[in-house]
Ligand binder design. Sequence first.
Ligand code: NAD
Length: 285
Amino acid sequence: MRILDGKATAAAIRAELKTKIDSLAAKAGRRPGLAVILVGDDGPSQTYVRNKERACIEVGMHSEVQRLPADTPQTELLARIEVLNARADIDGILLQLPLPAGLDSRLCLERIAPDKDVDGFHPMNMGKLMLGLPGLRPCTPAGVIELLRRYGLSTRGKKAVVIGRSNIVGKPLSVLLGLKGEYGDATVTLCHSATPDLAEVCRTADFLFVAAGKPEFLTGDMVKQGAVVVDVGISVTPKGLRGDCDFASVSAVASALTPVPGGVGPMTIAMLLSNSVQAYCSHLG
Ligand code: NAD
């Protein structure tokens, strides 16, 4: 069984991005800039934002975090986004979710200029994804596809099953897998909480992607012998961080599996950096 090492792969991507940024910045006279807006004091969000900031600095990007109190009015948040939309030194804007109660995340995400939407959540970028047009792709699904690409695990002509239909993971991942290309061209089944006989559907998969947020719920008996399994889930449990897969039983049947932590998580941050560089290049013209 092969471990798909997202940590090492993400480190390699960061090193490539650093080289690219150094060379582009020498000509452009400025580095890519990412602004992160963090509203309130949600614990996990603070950690995610710190990790993103560290990664930006490592690759030589300008990073700035705007920390706002939980009672920030909607109008103020929208005004801050507008200011960042207009700044020439900012290429990417990331609004850390979830927002505190009372703030409308949909409204805020739609206010981010699509060319600075490095999370890929704007309806314009989601639409481009549906149409198979170039655009900024949501980081977690893009990270999953990039991990497969780096391990040469082509999905072409294969049966893919995605568990979870969220707008940030499952749904866009199912679309990416169905697009034309070596790391698309799959026959995709999208499963969710109303799917009957989930285990039976899972056992048909050559590639199984699990993003349900249910720790260790996918067991080896739900996996076809030799399948590639990508575990997107991250849950804090009394035993520590756990994915959606029961690692011991799944690794006994799968041909390849992502660990948690150290699988999809680091790839998500690497794709955020990659999207920021893509946005920067589009702004350099
Ligand atoms: P979500 O709660 O928005 O969506 C979960 C989806 O799973 C829903 O569509 C639901 O229908 C489906 N589901 C839940 N239980 C199910 C079951 N028993 N059978 C079939 N389907 C079921 O979650 P999300 O935001 O997509 O995140 C999913 C997981 O991925 C979470 O653990 C989250 O922490 C993790 N995540 C990881 C990263 C990363 O970078 N690695 C990024 C985003 C989310």
